[in-house]
Design a protein around this ligand. Structure first.
Ligand code: XMP
Length: 529
């Protein structure tokens, strides 16, 4: 394992990401981590970038024990300055000008060409001129004792440094971002050649390890409960639990009345018949829709109602399942709550935000744990989204489900502007079904990150048959995005939109117009409410 110590750079998590792409297992911890508290010994340590200056009074510093371990250390940006500061704290100067963006790096070699001593190891096999990405305000004033220069740029004479005798390296640029095209090779040189970390992190291995870990954690008799939605994260987590402890994992699907058309039924079939998961489906549609009645102009209120009702229904169901599982006298022996937390959520909650930041546990379903006396089990907490998809495929989960677009907890309720009534839900659902069906038929589903039909509760005039009608408007939304923070609308061709619009108007009662939303995010959001 390579340990990444996070000093708060916006790119820190990408270091871990790139290493895993190289099949090298890596974990990121806050820079304040004391090494004696670690239960494992890293093969190497990477110090990330960060927004501080090492000479500030309250700047965070790496545990000096890191330099005593004898394992290779690579400092990136702030990490380079941190290494210099450790050896000679007068070295780092504030840069005369901030350097941000592309730069050309000139590699300096010291051994006999490409196979020189350890100081050449970082750039081994790479060309002498490299395009790199810089983002820093400070730079090194001069080399600390026993270090030499291994790369420079026009603005940074010490863009790369190495210790003459120990495997300590610092680079001013960011190898983890795609703007440094050869950055991944550099990380590979560090992790595999210099640290001799094994490149054996694969999904198959992860499954075996995780199943063993779950069994050890839960014990011979322990029981686990968890909500499933039919989305990829909860399904993959559920399948893993099922493989680990079989019937002792209880999955609960709450039908809140605002799922997609036929969704509860479909999810039930796939999870029970297809995957052998012990699933309870609770049809609470009327309860949810009853509470949503009369809420016309406050999307946040819709979210709150649905969130709170979900917690109530889930807790009641959990109690029932516990009673059935153990007989009423032993009720409550389900000890664990499954959560499909992913690594980005974990990073968000542990990432280093300042010298006084503390680690907190992340609660995806805030409030669900309260009053339930359950312990959390999070089998996906080390994985990124695309790794979850790979794991899903590995576990034999159908493609359809593995590549499913995300669907918000409040479901169609935030896609029906205005009041959510059973009739409005019918219209939005039917239109959405047609839209998605056509997207799949056209082979576009995977090119689009998220797509849905929303219902605008305004009346427009149309002529259908020979009759004048006065019906509602469906707005189609389809976006492309990698992180859901920014998004662009998908450029369908005219023939596709024509077909979808004709089908919706013809087949969905109560709709006489279809429009396509061409707002990007920002300023729009992906959902309509
Ligand atoms: P926005 O609309 O904020 O959506 O651009 C970004 C992503 O978040 C999803 N989303 C939600 N998911 N509960 C959820 O579970 C919500 O209340 C919620 N609101 C938005 C949205 O579908 C998109 O993927």
């Amino acid at each position: 394992t390579i340990l990444v110590l996070d000093f708060g750079s916006q790119y820190s998590h990408l270091i871990t990401r790139r290493l895993r792409e190289l099949n090298v297992y890596s974990e990121m911890l806050p820079c304040t981590q004391k090494l004696k508290d670690l239960e494992w010994t890293p093969k190497g340590i990477i110090l990330s970038g960060g927004p501080y200056s090492v000479y500030w009074d309250d700047a965070p510093h790496v545990d000096p024990a890191a330099f005593e371990l004898g394992v290779p250390i690579l400092g990136i940006c702030y990490g380079l300055q941190e290494i210099a500061w450790h050896f000679d704290n007068k070295n780092v100067l504030a840069g005369e000008k901030r350097e941000y963006g592309h730069a050309y790096l000139k590699v300096e070699r010291h051994g006999d060409g490409q196979t020189g001593g350890h100081v050449d190891g970082l750039f081994k096999g790479l060309e002498d001129d490299m395009e790199v990405w810089m983002s820093h305000g400070d730079k090194l004033g001069h080399l600390p004792e026993d270090f030499i220069t291994i790369a420079k740029t026009i603005n940074a004479p010490f863009a790369g440094i190495a210790n003459k005798t120990k495997p300590l390296y610092g680079i001013q640029f960011h190898p983890e971002v795609t703007h440094t095209p050869k950055g991944k090779f550099l990380l590979k040189n560090f992790a595999i050649d210099i640290c001799q970390a094994k490149a054996d992190w694969t999904m198959g291995k992860f499954v075996d390890q995780e199943i063993a870990r779950i069994r050890a954690l839960v014990g011979e008799e322990g029981q686990v409960i968890g909500a499933v939605s039919g989305g990829v994260d909860s399904t993959v987590a559920a399948k893993l639990m099922q493989q680990a402890i079989g019937e002792r994992f209880h999955a609960v699907l709450v039908d809140n009345g605002v799922l997609r058309l036929n969704e509860a039924q479909q999810v039930k079939e796939t999870l029970t018949k297809g995957m052998g998961i012990n699933l309870t489906v609770v049809d609470a549609s009327e309860r949810f829709l009853g509470k949503l009645k009369g809420v016309t102009d406050d999307p946040e209120k819709k979210r709150k109602i649905i969130g709170n009702t979900f917690i109530e229904v889930f807790q009641e169901t959990a109690k029932k399942i516990a009673e059935e599982a153990h007989g009423s006298d032993k009720a409550g022996e389900i000890e664990w709550l499954l959560q499909g937390t992913l690594y980005p959520d974990v990073i968000e909650s542990i990432s280093f935000k300042g010298p006084s930041a503390t680690i907190k546990t992340h609660h995806n379903v805030g409030g669900l744990l309260e009053g339930m006396h359950l312990k959390l089990i999070e089998p996906l907490r080390e994985l990124f989204k695309d790794e979850v998809r790979e794991l899903g495929t590995n576990l034999g989960i159908p493609e359809d489900l593995v590549w499913r677009h995300p669907f918000p907890g409040p479901g169609i309720a935030i896609r029906i502007l205005g009041e959510v009534t059973p009739e409005q839900v019918r219209i939005a659902r039917e239109a959405d079904y047609i839209f998605i069906e056509e997207i799949k038929a056209a082979g576009l589903y995977r090119n689009i990150s998220q797509a849905f039909a929303a219902l605008l509760p305004v009346k427009a005039v149309g002529v259908m048959g020979d009759k004048r009608v006065h019906d509602q408007v469906i707005a189609l939304r389809a976006v492309e995005t990698t992180d859901f923070m920014t998004a662009d609308w998908y450029p369908f061709d005219g023939a596709f939109l024509k077909k979808v619009s004709r089908r919706i108007v013809n087949e969905v009662n109560g709709v006489c117009r279809v429009v396509y939303d061409i707002t990007s995010k920002p300023p729009g959001t992906i959902e309509m409410e």
